[in-house]
Write a protein that binds this ligand. Structure first.
Ligand SMILES: Cc1cc2nc3c(=O)[nH]c(=O)nc-3n(C[C@H](O)[C@H](O)[C@H](O)COP(=O)(O)OP(=O)(O)OC[C@H]3O[C@@H](n4cnc5c(N)ncnc54)[C@H](O)[C@@H]3O)c2cc1C
Ligand code: SF4
Length: 313
């Protein structure tokens, strides 16, 4: 039995005060990832700070035509929100590709951003893992690495981030609003998640004493020419092997090139030029190349899902 304290935050300032006072504490929102990690003994917070009742559950239009999504908006509510369905269907489609309906009902927007990797060794406390225990080594590099990354890896960690929603938020160029003891700040989505480098234990640029309060979407939602393509071992309730969020603004051409398969294949080659495979995941490089071409083609044709996907559904 590992003891921990439980406290409920009254408001955002109280949540920040509590986490700043106890850096080994953790916020809990939907609990769908944190509780699993605690049961596996991977996370051992001294205190759980329950933020689930904070007033961060609304989706509001911003003055510049975008949307502000509160950090506690459940994944289901967000995916089915009329403004998301009409203006940001790429985001709705990515969220609905993840987990199960029951999990999406519990999972929060902020928690989805901060969920941790699904690398097998990260969950297995009997094995070395630099992300779980810095300096202990990486079991995946010479181990079972079929689900590991082909881009952005380092000599200390080759894990992926498991979120579907975050792939769409990156394509939409969202921004993350956070609050801490020194006030509020905004982080560009592309700066929010960190590559492992030499410090794989740090997943994000969020400081340990900060809370995510909202995610902001810019006005452009790419509602017509979009596609979220998730390739996985089975069609539901599985994490992605490769996922692509494509959002296109078409003006008859793509940077002077015709919008055709050859142009998209060239773009895919450029995106994957630094890709590196390991013993069991080299197949992902070609899979990713084909997935990019397929997703961008679907986006260009304004047919977000391929015919084969429609048949299976
Ligand atoms: C069986 C299973 C299958 C899944 N499949 C998928 C999938 O296919 N695709 C996918 O994308 N996801 C999948 N998920 C993951 C799921 O989407 C995440 O568990 C969920 O989004 C996490 O949200 P939560 O609110 O429950 O987070 P919690 O578990 O409450 O918290 C997760 C982490 O975020 C921190 N946190 C939460 N909110 C905040 C905040 N506002 N500010 C700062 N820190 C915060 C917590 O301290 C904790 O470290 C799956 C999960 C399970 C259990
Ligand atoms: S890939 Fe990262 S998470 Fe997986 S074992 Fe290596 S260090 Fe740990």
């Amino acid at each position: 039995m590992i003891n921990f304290q439980y406290a409920r935050a009254n408001d955002v300032a109280d949540a920040v005060r509590q986490i700043a006072a106890d850096p080994t504490g953790k916020f809990i929102a939907g609990g769908t990832n944190l509780i699993d990690l605690m049961k596996e003994n991977v996370e051992r917070p001294s205190r759980l700070i329950d933020i689930s009742r904070l007033p961060l559950k609304s989706v509001e239009e911003t003055v510049d035509g975008g949307l502000r999504i509160g950090a506690l908006v459940p994944n289901s509510d967000l995916a089915y929100h009329p403004l998301i369905q009409q203006r940001y269907p790429l985001l709705g489609s990515a969220i609905l590709a993840g987990a199960s309906q029951q999990l999406r009902n519990m999972a929060s927007t902020g928690g989805n951003l901060l969920q941790r990797t699904r690398c097998f060794y990260f969950y297995d406390t009997a094995t070395p893992c630099n992300k779980r225990e810095p300096g202990s080594g990486c079991s995946a590099i010479d181990g079972l690495n079929r689900i590991s990354a082909i881009l952005g890896t380092s000599e200390t960690c080759i894990a992926t981030h498991p979120s579907d929603m975050c792939v769409a938020l990156a394509a939409l160029e969202a921004r993350v609003h956070v609050a801490g003891p020194n006030g509020e700040r905004m982080i560009a989505f592309s700066d929010f998640h960190r590559l492992p480098g030499n410090t794989p234990q740090l997943d994000t640029s969020l400081h340990p004493n900060e809370i995510v309060t909202a995610v902001e979407l810019p006005a452009e939602g790419f509602a017509k020419n979009y596609s979220y393509l998730k390739i996985r071992d089975r069609l539901s309730y599985a994490f992605a092997l490769v996922s692509v969020a494509a959002a296109l603004e078409l003006e008859g051409a793509l940077r002077g090139q015709p919008a055709n398969q050859a142009t998209f294949a060239h773009a895919a080659d450029l995106l994957l030029r630094d890709a590196k495979g390991f013993a069991h995941n080299t197949f992902k490089i070609e899979l990713a190349r084909r997935s990019i071409v397929r997703a961008v083609t679907q986006a260009a044709q304004a047919t977000p899902q391929s015919q084969s996907d429609k048949k299976i559904r």
